[in-house]
Each structure stands twice: as structure tokens, then as C-alpha cells.
Design a protein around this ligand. Sequence first.
Ligand SMILES: *Cc1c(COP(=O)(O)O)cnc(C)c1O
Length: 380
Amino acid sequence: MSIDFTQVKQTPMYICELEKLENNLQILDKVQKESGAKVILALKGFAMHSTFDLVGKYLHGCTASGLHEAKLAREKMNKEVHTYSPAFKEEEIKEIALLSNDIVFNSPSQLLEFKDIVKEVNPDISISLRINPEYSESPVDLYNPCALFSRLGTTKANFNEEVLPFIDGLNFHALCEQDVSALEGVLKAFEQNFGKYISKMKYINFGGGHHITKKGYDVDKLIKVIKDFRSRYNNIEVYLEPGEAVGWETGVLVSTVLDIVDNGMKILILDTSAEAHMPDTLAMPYRAEVRGAAKANEKAFTYKLTGNTCLAGDIMGDYSFDTPLKVGDKIIFEDQIHYTFVKSTTFNGIKLPSLALWDRSKGLKIIKNFGYGDYKQRLS
Ligand SMILES: *Cc1c(COP(=O)(O)O)cnc(C)c1O
């Protein structure tokens, strides 16, 4: 049974459907089993740790972007922890090294600066370097790690061979919501620029941005690309670290209509916010799907959906519905589990949406409610 919204007595609320999450994990597990690659969860995109027992049943661990994510990965999943930061701070490096199985440096200079400290506190740690393949088909520069003047990863020109005796792996991350053909392009550039080093490595990390769980993604082709790569390099270990593909289409953000005003058109004011609760709709930008709604004027009743902050641009967009809406109706935004609550803010003092799980046999379980304390605690 999919979510029964009569059980939702308070809003706003993010609801993750466990069955859908498990379906995604099973697709990722198929990739692991058939290609031999290991998949780890990028916490940056999805960090609902109440689901980590389930996630950890399938995936090999987490990829973290610094101390706090590494701590969460160790505390809540306790499998492999791979930690990458654009730059590490000296005062955090020891703690990060203790928490991590693999530490990924962004530049040869940081790698050479910290390699000894890291090995001293954790002799078993693997060290790798993020490289910039200088090739990406990423749709927008905001999400393009290979854009002009990118700080992310070491380019071929900046690759300092002095690091070679100290590294076990190379990482790249150059995709964003993309299919296998985009990966093939990146891989080709990677092999052209860095191919001579690959056989010296224990593993290569293909990063995230693989849209593996999206309908139509060619999973079998991905498996083949990974297997072919591995066989070219003596069965080298391969990692993938998707975030979005784990949380993709696993749940919703539910909100309630608070008021309807008319200023040239009917405008709904909701108890949620595009700016604070669905930030990528404004940053990417993209239009979130709304359950039962279509584009403006396709159905009989069109409304502008807006947020309850004082930011003029806090607008989700124009949507049309079959029947007129009224105060108290619920508006359900689809696919709001990845890159939403990991980024949400208390901007304007707006309440953070509750976090809930939907289990088809047990129904709705609210994991966490937020309140004034969460707003106040971040300020002084
Ligand atoms: C963001 C990020 C990921 C995850 O990307 P998705 O698009 O969520 O799959 C993986 N690795 C690195 C280094 C990242 O910055």
C-alpha cells in the first residue's frame, strides 16, 4: 500500500517510503553483484539515518564530505567510510583519519602535507587522490565539477607524481543525474589523462551522479562498462558513490494550504517553503511534480503555489488541478527525499518539516519533529 495521507495529521512532513528505498537498494545491489563494484552512499544527498540499517544491508558504506558526515557514517552505519573534502583542516585531520577507511585528498599538496599524520593515527587507512578528468556533460555549471576554473580534483597538469608511492586509489566525480553514455565519456577522458597510473592502484572510484534508479537507465550497460574497465586493469576494484540514486523517487513532502489570495491569479500559500525546504527547485532550478496536478491551464483550476516565508521568490510554480482547492487541503510534492532535508534551513524562522517513514504494513511513523529550539540553537 502506498502512503495513506489521512494518517498525516500535521504538516509540513517529508515521508520516505521504505519499500521504494529498498527497491532502489536492490537495483544498486544488482550492479554490485553483477559488476563486482562496491556501492557506497553519498551522505550529501541522502542522510536519513533512521534508514541506515536497511541501507547497510545492501551497500558497503558511506562517502562523507568531512568530519560531521564521517562521524554520522561511523555512528549510524558503521561500514566503510570514505571521506573527501575539497580541503581538510589540520585540527580535524586526525579525527577524520580515525573514523575513515579511505581518505580522499583533493590536491597533491594536501596529500603530501597530511599523509604521514593520517597513517600515524590509522595505519590501515587507504589514501586516494581526486582527479579532475576535465570532461563532463553536466547540464549546469552549478553542478559541474569540471567547469572552467573548478577547484574540485587535480587536473593532469597539476598531477604531481611524487604522490604515487602513497596512494591506493584515484577518484573522479563528474556526473550529475546522468546516464551510462555520459559515464563512458568521462571514463574515456579519465583513461586518456590518467591511464598510465591506473594499474598502480588498488581501486578507482567513479563518483556519483549515476542516475541508476531512474526509469529507463541502462543498468545492464553500466554493469558491462564496469566489468570491461575492471578487466582492462587486472580486475581492479571499482567504487560508485551515488547519493541521488539512493533517495530517487522514494517519497514526498506534504504541505497544507493555509490561505488563498487573488492578485491577477489564484495564489496558494502553503505551510512549507521552496527556499527553505525544497532548495534545489530554486538553485538548479527545476519544477517539482505535484500529485494530481498538471502544468498551468492543462486542468480546469490553475494556482500559483508559494511558500510561507517573506522571500518574494519563494514560489514553487503554477499548477492546475481538476477541482478547486480550499484552505486545509494537502499539497503533495513528489520526489522530495534527496537533496531536501539535508539542505533545509530555518530561514525566516519557518518550522522544519517533520521526518517520517512509511512502512506498507506498519503505516506512518514520525521519526522527528522540529520546533522553535532548532531555530534558536543556530543563532545567538
Ligand atoms: C555529490 C557527490 C556525490 C553524489 O552525487 P549524486 O549526484 O548525489 O549521486 C558523490 N561523490 C562526490 C565527490 C560528490 O561530491
